[in-house]
Design a protein around this ligand. Structure first.
Ligand code: NAD
Length: 287
């Protein structure tokens, strides 16, 4: 970092475990340098049971804000003074702003997704989505998409621990938004097929297809890839998953999770600093 750290430098950081691999310190420090903002962004390895102590310390040291990654995203909602509607519904926060000891927590992953879709010249308003997955990334997408005016979302998940939690979130969304949301068992191929047929966008929000299991896709029927179906994968490593390759070869427009990652960071940065993130410079350098 060429920037000089001084006694005035403000603290931004990432909390979670593990964090050493994260791209967030590089992108936020570069953004601060480019905009001449006097902050340093560090990454701290903090386990869930250590989160309360870490937050207390950050408040004491008057850190301006922070990101939270797993396993701290859920407990962060309980530790905040105020939470956004998206965080309240999802029970998860990845961004905190510290206003003189008052903590506002929200989630920018879903905003990152909406921005990434917009970058692909795809307008989601009043559209229908099939979303595979109900874990952290998928829930962020689900909640933001429902709040942002989609007409209908068909969520699919295997009946693991995420399914029960998703039932509650789906119920809340049906009550609090105009979006019609349904939760379905992923193992029923007929319901999945019907949902994709009615959808404008198909999103993989699971980790299936992520390195080192690149060869796997949850959608194996190529007839589902109509040319007017936009196929999005939250995975960014590899850049093109088997799902995206199959969809592209069938003529679909596709996008991976890299742009979502970039824009979730941009949205957090705006909340902390009030400044527009230098998206193009950071993309060129790190994405
Ligand atoms: P998570 O553990 O919270 O959720 C995992 C999801 O995958 C669950 O829905 C689970 O049911 C499903 N799943 C796992 N194995 C499965 C299988 N064999 N068959 C069917 N479903 C299965 O994980 P997460 O934090 O939501 O991360 C999911 C992916 O999203 C990861 O690849 C992660 O790198 C990526 N991600 C991307 C961004 C981004 O900005 N692009 C942000 C967060 C996460």
């Amino acid at each position: 970092m060429s920037k000089q750290i001084s006694g005035h430098t403000g603290l931004l950081c990432l909390l979670g475990s593990p964090v050493a691999h994260s791209i967030s310190p590089a992108m936020h420090n570069k953004a601060c340098e480019l905009l001449d903002l006097d902050y340093a962004y560090l990454a701290f390895d903090v386990k869930e049971e250590e989160m309360a102590d870490a937050i207390k310390a950050l408040k004491l040291m008057n850190a301006k804000g922070w990101n939270v990654t797993m396993p701290g995203k859920n407990i962060m909602v309980e530790l905040a003074d105020e939470v956004s509607l998206a965080s309240e519904i999802s029970g998860s926060a990845n961004t905190v702003v510290n206003e003189n000891g008052k903590l506002y927590a929200t989630t920018t992953d879903g905003i990152g997704f909406m921005e990434a879709v917009k970058e692909n010249d795809f307008d989601l308003s009043q559209k229908t989505m099939t979303l595979v997955g109900a874990g952290g990334a998928a829930t962020a997408i689900l909640v933001q998409a429902a709040l942002s005016g989609l007409k209908e979302i068909h969520v699919f998940n295997v009946k693991d621990g995420f399914y029960q939690r998703a039932l509650e979130i789906v119920e809340k969304l049906n009550k609090k938004t105009h979006c019609k949301v349904s939760l379905n068992d992923f193992t029923d191929p007929e319901i999945l097929k019907e949902a994709i047929k009615k959808s404008d966008i198909l999103v993989n929000g699971t980790s299936v297809g992520m390195a080192p299991n690149e060869g796997i896709s949850l959608i194996n029927d190529p007839s589902l890839f109509r040319k007017d179906l936009f196929v999005f994968d939250v995975i960014y490593n590899p850049k093109e998953t088997k799902l995206l390759r199959d969809a592209r070869e069938a003529g679909c427009k596709t996008a991976n999770g890299l742009t979502m990652l970039l824009h979730q960071g941009a949205a957090s940065f705006k909340l902390w600093t009030g400044k527009d993130f230098p998206v193009e410079e950071v993309r060129r350098l790190y994405f």
